[in-house]
Design a protein around this ligand. Structure first.
Ligand code: TXA
Ligand code: MG
Length: 334
């Protein structure tokens, strides 16, 4: 049963506890209601995509409690700090490079202490935002972790701006809906890409472009970068580079050949250092949570190819197959 609770202290603490345990909670922000999960928990982030019914893993906005918290996983250069100082807390999302992980020889999958790669859809950039809504801020503070939160609607529907609309969209797919009336702004945050020399507007929203220009000068408004290269996906809103293994992928594989790695799904007796199971239980949420970690690990193994067993085209299987197909493209875009 999905609970709807007025966002008092007790409800906020309950929300924080649920989020720390990997559950989904709908929270009010000043723009629209968000479907929040612990951004450092692979499984929790996978469940966002499941709940929304998204057919692909698109990158999510990571909500933080302070610029310092953002700096733990994002590169915050002077220009970014300046924008943060001026517009945070508020409806401005900044897309910046992900801070490279610490050098590791550590075995993966390791307990994620940093952002889940699913939160950025495997990009090397991340969208960060410090919301102004007091309830959103209280939940982030109480949870003590950054929160990945897309708008709290099913894929393709409009963003909900009151708790009833959230319930219509996500009832039974979310543990708790924190209710705080109508979203004061009512449109999503402005998304600004700061990864290149010139800032690019990726999505107009609650923070007026004029104010941004006044603060930092000219902003490109063409959705596609003029300097895009082959590695940059051409679709609007995807400015970064997707992780794709250098090792060729062979999809819909029943067996692997000598020298190949094998990714399996569901009960499978094959074992060995070259074999990795996305989910022995056949659980697509677990498979999504493991996907980027397993691919990265096998990519480092020097295999001739990574053979991937068929993944069912249901639920999160759509997004997993979409991601695998794009990773298998010879030009490795996206
Ligand atoms: O107002 C909002 O921003 C709401 C509330 C809940 O905070 N959230 C929201 O999230 O609208 P979502 O997932 O519906 O929209 C995220 C937007 C998308 O346009 C996505 O493409 C873009 O941010 N985005 C996220 N990460 C990105 C990245 N690394 N590079 C480029 N665009 C990114
Ligand atoms: Mg949305």
């Amino acid at each position: 049963m999905t609970e709807i609770r007025a966002a008092d202290r007790d409800a906020i603490d309950q929300a924080a506890g649920l989020l720390r345990r990997g559950e989904l909670v709908a929270i009010p922000t000043e723009t629209v209601y968000g479907l929040a999960a612990n951004a450092t928990d692979d499984r929790a982030v996978a469940r966002i995509f499941e709940a929304k019914g998204r057919p692909r893993f698109n990158p999510l906005i990571v909500h933080v409690g302070s610029p310092a918290e953002a700096a733990r996983f994002a590169v915050m250069d002077d220009r970014v700090q300046e924008l943060a100082q001026r517009f945070w807390p508020g409806p401005l999302t900044l897309v910046v490079p992900v801070r490279p992980p610490p050098p590791s020889g550590a075995a993966e999958p390791s307990p994620p202490s940093t952002l889940s790669p699913l939160a950025t859809a495997g990009l090397d950039t991340v969208a960060v935002r410090l919301p102004a809504h007091p309830v959103a801020r209280a939940v982030i503070a109480a949870a003590g972790v950054p929160l990945a939160a897309p708008s709290a609607n099913r894929s393709g529907a409009v963003s909900p701006t009151d708790p009833r609309a959230v319930h219509e969209e996500l009832a039974e797919r979310v543990a708790l809906i924190l209710a705080a009336g109508r979203s004061p702004i009512g449109v999503e945050s402005t998304v600004l890409d700061l990864c290149g020399d010139r800032p690019h507007l990726l999505r107009p929203g609650g923070c007026p472009l004029e104010e941004i220009v006044e603060a930092i000068g000219p902003v490109e408004t063409a959705a596609v970068r003029a300097d895009d290269d082959a590695m940059r996906p051409r679709s609007p809103g995807l400015a970064g580079r997707h992780y794709a293994p250098r090792t060729p992928l062979r999809l819909e594989a029943r067996h692997h050949k000598a020298g190949e790695a094998l990714v399996t799904f569901g009960p499978d007796l094959r074992q060995g250092p070259e074999v990795a199971n996305l989910s022995a239980d056949g659980d697509l949420v677990e498979a999504a949570a493991n996907l980027f970690h397993l691919l990265r690990r096998l990519d480092k193994g020097g295999y001739a190819a990574i053979a991937v067993s068929p993944i069912p085209m249901a639920g999160l299987g759509l997004a997993i197959n979409d991601r695998l197909r794009r990773a298998a493209l010879p030009d490795r875009i996206g």
